[in-house]
Design a protein around this ligand. Structure first.
Ligand SMILES: Cc1cc2nc3c(=O)[nH]c(=O)nc-3n(C[C@H](O)[C@H](O)[C@H](O)COP(=O)(O)OP(=O)(O)OC[C@H]3O[C@@H](n4cnc5c(N)ncnc54)[C@H](O)[C@@H]3O)c2cc1C
Length: 438
């Protein structure tokens, strides 16, 4: 017998909450509460890897990227100084593609989808509290646009309040770090040799990404290392303009200079975090509120969709009238989810650090440039198509050991390379292997 108006309450209609709600069966009554239903203009979540597209298709939601002037992304061009080469998703698997889009337009598509569903009620409200009674989460309190405090209850609350999550502290032990910031602008009127490739520029000390997001518009994300945000005064902007122009390929410089002179630079922190969930009934964390990785590989949405698929699998067999049955399903989701997201997390965090180490950066560039499995292997992992951790580690160590003879010819350099590689991967693996529940 149902005692609540809803089966599920979702906090946040972002990428995670919106797609999760849209992927639920029609017999589930769902309330989705979103703080701000206007279309955001953000620099996050704009490059979807082929693994993410496949996951959306698996959930019968592939159409969510339609009708928003999204652009196909066929692979990457890697650029280091004068040297460059291309790698293509089709060499990993025929027919796969990524997509570049505007995050706000994608969210609008998702929210319109929710509005079409008779079993889903999408409302604007700021969730201020999670109701906990007898150790069980029973629902939420939120303030509506009239500033009234409203209470809603459901057997399951799905917390998808994003990277700056307010609720994760109550529900988990987060271990959040900021490794850098991305500074974002839109480049227009670019004349590129490969317009449908993502461009990874590793010429300078930190990576720069450029990829198409709609007609005549490319997103540029410039990494600013460290845990303090960049200064945005006019002198700092001028210095930044000079430094970035010096490492950009010549065909991008004019467009970049125009963009920085006319538009506001958007800045976002790049977090890494694998929260360890507390054992609690009636609630589950999903999306960036639970897990984040460096966005250099554009893996966040792919990981989120993998989590939605894992959670749905567990919920399909749960009895929503029985809190213990739901708790078991959620526990199983937390425990098994790493199988489908750990390679995305490890690769993202490791690759960012590799790009910040001069020798390793050169080694990885040279390795990928050799082609064959040396480029398709790592690309299959980056695309979110291959989720095999051993395969990832095999390539990682091959990068560091690609010239074993160097132990004899350049012993110091080779030892340093190997030590740096181990120094990068060991803490990342340790972090990934922390128990999912505490
Ligand atoms: C700089 C940057 C670039 C990135 N680029 C990519 C990329 O190219 N590709 C990729 O796959 N991933 C990328 N990511 C990661 C990706 O954006 C995230 O993994 C993804 O957006 C997570 O979705 P989410 O739903 O958890 O968070 P969000 O999409 O941020 O959604 C959270 C939602 O919750 C709402 N909310 C918050 N608090 C409340 C509350 N109290 N009450 C009601 N609603 C609330 C918010 O308004 C928001 O709509 C990037 C991340 C960063 C930082």
């Amino acid at each position: 017998m149902k005692t609540s108006e809803y089966d599920i309450i979702v906090i946040g209609a972002g990428v995670a909450g919106g797609v999760f709600a849209a992927s639920q069966p029609e017999d589930k009554k769902i309330l989705v509460i979103e703080r701000d239903l206007t279309e955001p203009d953000r620099i996050i979540g704009e490059l979807m890897q082929p693994g993410g597209i496949k996951a959306l298709e698996q959930m019968k939601l592939g159409h969510l990227t339609d009708g928003i002037d999204a652009k196909p992304v066929d692979g990457y061009k890697l650029i280091m100084g004068e040297d460059s080469f291309t790698i293509h998703y089709k060499d990993v698997e025929e027919g796969i593609q990524g997509v570049g889009l505007r995050n706000g337009k994608f969210l609008t598509n998702i929210r319109q989808e929710l509005e079409k569903r008779p079993n889903i009620n999408l409302i604007q409200g700021n969730v201020t509290e999670i109701i906990q009674e007898d150790e069980i989460i029973k629902g939420v309190r939120y303030s509506n646009p009239l500033d009234e405090l409203v209470e809603k209850r459901a057997p399951l609350t799905v917390v998808c309040d994003g990277p700056m999550s307010f609720f994760r502290k109550k529900l988990s032990k987060p271990n959040k770090t900021v490794s850098s910031y991305f500074m974002g602008l839109v480049l227009k009127d670019l004349d590129l040799e490969y317009p449908s490739l993502g461009h990874m520029i590793v010429t300078g000390e930190s990576p720069i990404l450029v990829y198409p997001i709609h007609t005549n518009a490319y997103r540029i994300l410039i990494d600013y290392p460290g845990d303090k945000p960049p200064r945005m005064g006019s002198k700092s902007i001028e210095k930044f303009k000079r430094e970035v122009s010096a490492v950009l390929p010549p065909e991008m410089v004019a467009s970049f200079e125009k963009a920085i002179e006319s538009d506001q630079v958007k800045v976002m922190p790049n977090h890494s975090m694998k929260a360890q969930a507390f054992r609690m009934q009636g609630v589950v964390l999903l999306g960036d509120s639970l897990n984040m990785r460096h966005p250099v590989t554009g893996g966040g949405m792919t990981a989120t969709f993998a989590d939605i698929i894992s959670l749905n699998k567990e919920l399909a067999n749960a009895n929503f009238s029985d809190p213990e049955s739901l708790e078991l399903a959620i526990q199983s989701y937390y425990e098994k989810r790493s199988e489908s997201v750990e390679t995305i997390n490890i690769l993202a965090n490791a690759l960012y650090k590799v790009f910040r180490d001069h020798d390793l950066k050169e080694a990885v560039f040279e390795y990928l440039q050799r082609g064959g499995e040396k480029s398709t292997g790592p690309l299959s992992l980056l695309a979110g198509i291959n989720r095999n951790k051993k395969y990832l580690l095999k390539h990682f160590f091959r990068v560091a050991l690609q010239h074993p003879l160097h132990f004899i010819t350049h012993p110091r350099k080779q030892m340093r390379l190997y030590k740096s590689a181990v120094g990068i991967i060991r803490p990342i693996l340790k972090e990934e292997e922390r128990p999912a529940i505490v």
